[in-house]
Design a protein. Structure first.
Length: 737
């Protein structure tokens, strides 16, 4: 995850916590305020009502009490207003009025009151007026009671646990009337309740959702106030607030707070995105520069950021880029010098044999019309015995000048000592004959100047694209031997009819092999890691195709590929080889990489690249073991197409190696652009490295460059122990032996 995303997530989380915290604090404060306000208002109302109802407590059944309570309750702020007596009580009048036997007036005396003991007990209490009168008598005064008051006794009901407020009870009693001497045993059914008056309104939450009510409970207890008469409490008034209005206010406040918090959070996040993008923009440039350096492109950050830390990093990156570029340039220069030393003969200035072989491969790929010359100086040893070393060197230099100045279409090479070779490209038979005549004249002139009659013979053969390099050199050598039979300083040109097999025969053979899949894949050139302690730790091996004719004779792979390319069968052949290698890996459960050689035709063919990607995707688990190999001289011909090929291979999880690498074909700049995984040096660079400082310098420079570019560098088929030790000391990734 990128740093910008991490910062964005962290800061966004902090903002979210801040706004969420503020929201909950705001809602909680509003909730506490509404609770406090509701409790205070309920308490004030209870106190005020208590004062208002006190004058009416003489007669607790007075309808004015209910009227006052209803007037207050109609305001809608209260859920319930309730006036309760301090005890359960009744008097004689209640019993007389509700008696089963009809009693005409209140002149009856009540006695022998009884109820079911399971419901509770009844006791008698004196009227407040009687108590007042007794207190007055203590002070020497007397208050006269009316007759009705004197007989109207009040009773207290002490309920048991089975009794519920508001239940009806059956009260048995004896009623007597002195004036008529009447006695009646009867009973009354009374509903006993402390509630004197009550007004209730259901809570209505209207648009407030239930989840909001469940999530934020309001604590709004019932408040009360006592109504007293003197020092006695006669009743208690209870007031409870209506939570509906409180929830409505709280819900509106919560919505406003949520909208504000959301809006503020969104604005903050947008500002944060802009701010982070502005602040971290230089990091993107630093990242781009870092990737460019890894790819071998050494730019600088031109717009230095103003942030101190980023500014210092930018300066450091620019400094590092410049230093690495300097190192790469120095290494590149060393490579060029080493390449020049390795590829040129120091005496004559001609290119050496390995360059000749490379040129031959190039001609094979380009399919140009060409001729090969094998030139040998006769009896150079005998000539050296009668001449000084300086004179011999002068002779060889003059002879080399003749060869390299023949024509712009001719490249001259010195194999060793007295043996030379020429490759003539893009000339026809007539031009060849003209060059041969001119060459004979120059050799004869040189012979006369050196007092020699016979100094050299030359064999020439036309280039055969269905042959191999050794076969071509052998054919030219045969022509050289024939030139010696002709005469002094003679040249023999081999005719094209000398080719042993015509192309039609080759075509039939190649088509039969490709169509039938009748070929074998051997696994050679096992590469081992220098750093591994295990002797059998194979890093990579090469899939080598072995083809035979029906009679069992082996067909040179170079000839096979050349004919297959000419008749457009090479792509089909490469696909068949890949299938065999994949099958081998799966069957044998191979754990190391296997390189598969591909032709240039396959590398540049779009259809093949699409097929390759799809085929590898079918066996994704082994894709990392597949390494597709292309020679450096083939890459040099189609560099842009090779880059595209690398992208296809990497996207499928496989890898790419350039084998038989020669710096004359691929420069350092192109190596940086390719983003390849492996390079395997041409054998000539490591053969005899223990005794040639130029080769050692070249390999060391290549190793440093590959380390900088993240490329694993291999050596090929080192046989000499001294060479092996030098390569291991240099620190290459591995080698085949």
């Amino acid at each position: 995850m990128s740093m910008s995303k991490q910062l964005f997530i962290i800061i966004s989380f902090i903002f979210f916590m801040i706004f969420t915290g503020n929201f909950f604090i705001s809602v909680n404060n509003t909730k506490e305020y509404l609770e406090t306000e509701s409790i205070t208002k309920a308490q004030d109302t209870a106190t005020s009502l208590g004062m208002s109802l006190k004058p009416f407590m003489k007669d607790k059944s007075d309808p004015e009490i209910i009227s006052i309570i209803k007037a207050i309750a109609n305001r809608g702020f209260y859920k319930e207003i309730r006036v309760e007596d301090v005890s359960f009580g009744f008097n004689d009048s209640h019993l007389i009025d509700n008696a089963k036997e009809y009693l005409l007036d209140q002149s009856w005396s009540i006695s022998n009151i009884k109820i079911d003991k399971e419901l509770g007990e009844i006791s008698t209490r004196k009227l407040d007026d009687e108590i007042t009168n007794e207190l007055a008598l203590l002070e020497g005064d007397e208050i006269q009671l009316s007759d009705e008051q004197s007989i109207n006794n009040t009773y207290l009901f002490n309920p048991s646990s089975k009794f519920k407020d508001g239940d009806s009870i059956k009260i048995q009693f004896t009623a007597s009337q002195n004036k008529d001497d009447k006695i009646v045993n009867t009973f009354s059914e009374l509903r006993i309740s402390k509630i004197i008056a009550k007004e209730y309104r259901a809570e209505k939450f209207e648009y407030v959702p239930q989840w909001f009510i469940d999530m934020i409970p309001l604590n709004m207890p019932e408040m009360k106030s006592e109504i007293s008469d003197g020092w006695n409490t006669t009743a208690v008034i209870f007031v409870s607030a209506n939570a509906g209005e409180a929830y409505a206010k709280l819900y509106e406040q919560s919505k406003s707070a949520a909208l504000y918090a959301t809006f503020a959070f969104i604005i903050s996040i947008l500002m944060l995105i802009v701010f982070l993008k502005f602040i971290l923009l230089p990091l993107k440039e630093i990242e781009t520069l870092a990737f460019s350096i890894a790819e071998g492109k050494f730019g600088i950050i031109k717009k230095i950021p103003w942030t101190t830390e980023l500014k210092n990093v930018s300066y450091a990156m620019n400094n590092m880029s410049g230093k690495i570029e300097g190192v790469i340039r120095k290494l590149n220069k060393n490579l060029e010098e080493a390449t020049k030393q390795l590829s040129l003969d120091p005496l004559t200035g001609l290119q050496l044999k390995q360059s000749f072989q490379t040129h031959m491969k190039d001609v094979f790929i380009s399919k140009k019309q060409a001729f090969i010359f094998i030139v040998k100086v006769d009896d150079l040893g005998k000539f050296a015995k009668i001449r000084t070393n300086k004179e011999v060197d002068i002779f060889l230099v003059k002879f080399a000048d003749i060869l390299k100045n023949l024509s712009s279409n001719i490249t001259a090479y010195r194999f060793f000592g007295s043996e030379f070779a020429l490759i003539a490209e893009d000339i026809d038979k007539k031009q060849l004959e003209e060059i041969v005549v001119r060459l004979k004249e120059k050799i004869n002139e040189l012979a006369k100047s050196m007092d020699q009659d016979d100094i050299a013979h030359i064999g020439v053969t036309p280039f055969n694209h269905i042959s191999t390099i050794p076969q071509m050199v052998s054919a030219a050598c045969e022509a050289y031997e024939k030139s010696k039979l002709i005469g002094k300083n003679e040249i023999y040109i081999r005719d094209e009819s000398d080719i042993s097999r015509d192309e039609k025969q080759w075509r039939d053979i190649i088509f039969d092999i490709v169509n039938s899949g009748n070929f074998d894949v051997e696994y050679i050139n096992k590469a081992y890691c220098f750093k591994s302690k295990e002797q059998d730790n194979i890093l990579m091996e090469e899939a080598f195709t072995h083809v035979k004719e029906n009679n069992g004779d082996s067909i040179p792979i170079g000839t096979f590929v050349a004919v297959a390319e000419k008749y457009d069968k090479i792509i089909e052949f490469d696909k068949a080889v890949i299938e065999k290698v994949i099958s081998h890996i799966k069957t044998k459960q191979i754990k190391h990489s296997i390189s598969i050689n591909l032709s240039l035709d396959s590398v540049v063919d779009h259809g093949f690249k699409v097929w390759l990607k799809e085929r590898i995707s079918q066996d994704k688990n082994i894709s990392s073991l597949l390494v597709f190999s292309v020679t450096s001289y083939a890459v040099a011909k189609k560099m842009e197409q090779f880059k595209e090929f690398i992208e296809y291979v990497h996207s499928s999880g496989a890898k790419v190696i350039i084998k038989r690498f020669e710096s004359k074909f691929i420069s350092l700049e192109h190596i940086k652009d390719f983003k390849i995984d492996y390079i395997r040096l041409a054998r000539d660079y490591t053969e005899g490295i223990h005794k040639e400082a130029g080769k050692k310098n070249f390999v060391e420079s290549m190793k440093e460059i590959c380390d900088l570019l993240g490329i694993k560098l291999y050596a090929e088929n080192i046989k000499d122990s001294a060479d092996f030790n030098i390569v291991k000391q240099i620190g290459l990734y591995g080698t085949s032996r």
